[in-house]
Design a protein around this ligand. Structure first.
Ligand code: KE4
Length: 442
């Protein structure tokens, strides 16, 4: 980032009143690594200090200095109904009166499991866990147990949580096995992971031809949401399905972001491709910690105690979290909800695109329902290499200018933007109006 742009950005960062957030951040760094409990919250890629949030309601967040923002982060996806939805909140309060965790089965876990199976025909049985990471890590273990193979194939730019075998970078030369991408990840763990470019079916085909005998699964975000939002090419998912089926490799859809987001049945419904295992999270907990993985009975009955593949969790199926999930899904299955989300998302996307056009700023947009992304590059953005062409300095300026004008987007270019059912047309108009001013300054 050039000197002048850096100083301009610094000015923008200072404009938002944030003395209390800054004080809390100093305190936090004394007790918590980097002052946050998840790295992306630290504003490292956009500069400045993170905002400490004190409360949220509907489409709005309030920070420790009393600044109010329209929220397009939605806690990284879960808050599809907006914050503190009255029905969800009341149900959690009711449930808490009867205790918070029993470490024993409850009826409502059966209810949520049935709702997930009803929404995803590919899921005949599902195990609830407490995070997306746990869901994906467990699904891969089941795939390895089912196929008795060890290697996995993932796509560059896709994120599947922080289990060792996912924290890898492409080995030198596409067809070699992965190398650790974080200290603490043993070579042996990374060495079982192949990586390919998203949407590059030819690369996948050549890796499968070479490695299929040891490949347990191919795992993919059916709509990638962790390199910004990148859409699958026409037929990419279907070709993955054909290739995996031909070689006895399980196909895992990581729908932690897209599940119940892009439609009630997730991306596999939108693209009509049936995976062997599906991983869920975020929305199914309604803002409380829930993850899930599921698939056919034949595969899922491998999971302990039904079968030998071990997986467990003290708070799995937690009564409060499951209650929040049930009430959230009940709201989402009402008719017209996804059409309303799509309309609002289109209003935002078209508004931002118009603002960028008027200012002559290259801005490449992607959107499926209320899952959307925007890259400061001409595009097309089809994989991680093309996503990284985006001008991240410009994104950082966009982020801070918009923050100053009351709209809170992800503090990283390589994330998604989400609207909720709580965002009104007037809210989005306000954001778009600010964007017209902001794009002229980028
Ligand atoms: P969690 O363990 O964070 O619940 O889920 C991991 C995960 C798995 N799969 C996908 C497709 C995901 O996007 C995630 C987590 N998403 C990130 C943001 N894109 C969570 C935010 C964070 O890390 O703080």
């Amino acid at each position: 980032m050039g000197g002048s742009r850096k100083s301009e950005l610094k000015k923008e960062i200072e404009i938002v009143k944030r003395a209390t957030s800054n004080k809390l951040f100093r305190q936090a760094q004394r007790y918590i690594p980097g002052g946050v409990n998840s790295p992306v919250r630290a504003f490292r890629s956009v500069g400045g200090n993170p905002l400490f949030i004190t409360r949220a309601r509907g489409a709005r967040l309030t920070d420790a200095d009393g600044n109010v923002y329209l929220d397009y982060v939605a806690s990284w996806g879960p808050m599809i109904l907006g914050h503190a939805h009255p029905v969800v909140t009341r149900a959690i309060q009711q449930a808490a009166r009867h205790g918070t965790s029993y470490g024993a089965p409850t009826e409502r876990e059966v209810t949520l499991a049935r709702m997930i199976c009803d929404a995803f025909p590919s899921i005949e049985k599902v195990r609830l866990v407490s995070s997306g990471t746990e869901a994906v890590m467990s699904a891969v273990r089941v795939a390895r147990g089912f196929t008795k193979r060890d290697a996995i194939l993932k796509f560059e730019g896709c994120y599947h949580g922080h289990a060792d075998h996912f924290l890898v970078k492409a080995g030198s030369g596409a067809a070699t096995l992965g190398l650790p991408d974080s200290p603490g990840v043993p070579k042996a763990a990374a060495g079982q992971t192949l990586t390919a470019a998203y949407n590059d079916i030819a690369a996948v085909r050549s890796m499968v031809r070479k490695h299929w005998r040891k490949l347990a699964c191919i795992i993919v975000e059916p709509i990638a949401g962790n390199m910004g939002v990148v859409l699958p090419h026409e037929d990419f998912l279907r070709q993955l399905r054909t290739l995996t089926r031909q070689h006895g490799i399980l196909l895992i859809f990581d729908e932690v972001i897209s599940g119940f987001r892009v439609t009630y049945g997730g991306a596999q419904t939108v693209y009509d491709v049936t995976p062997d295992l599906t991983c869920l999270g975020k929305i199914i907990g309604g803002g409380l910690p829930v993850g899930a993985y599921g698939g056919s009975q034949a595969i899922m009955d491998l999971v302990a105690p039904a079968g030998p593949v071990y997986q467990a969790g003290t708070l799995s199926g937690n009564p409060l979290a499951v209650t929040a999930g049930i009430e959230t899904l009940k709201q989402l299955r009402k008719s017209g909800v996804y059409e309303k989300l799509a309309r609002r998302s289109t209003q935002l996307g078209e508004g931002l695109a118009k603002a960028a056009r008027h200012a002559g700023i290259p801005f490449y947009q992607t959107r499926v329902g209320s899952l959307m992304g925007g890259f400061f590059t001409d595009g097309p953005v089809v994989n991680y290499v093309s996503a990284k062409q985006s001008d991240t300095t410009r994104y950082a300026k966009f982020f801070h200018h918009m923050l100053k004008r009351g709209s809170y987007f992800a503090p990283s270019q390589f994330e998604a933007a989400f609207v909720s059912t709580a965002h009104t047309a007037a809210d989005v108009d306000r954001t778009v109006e600010a964007a017209h001013e902001v794009f002229r300054r980028l």
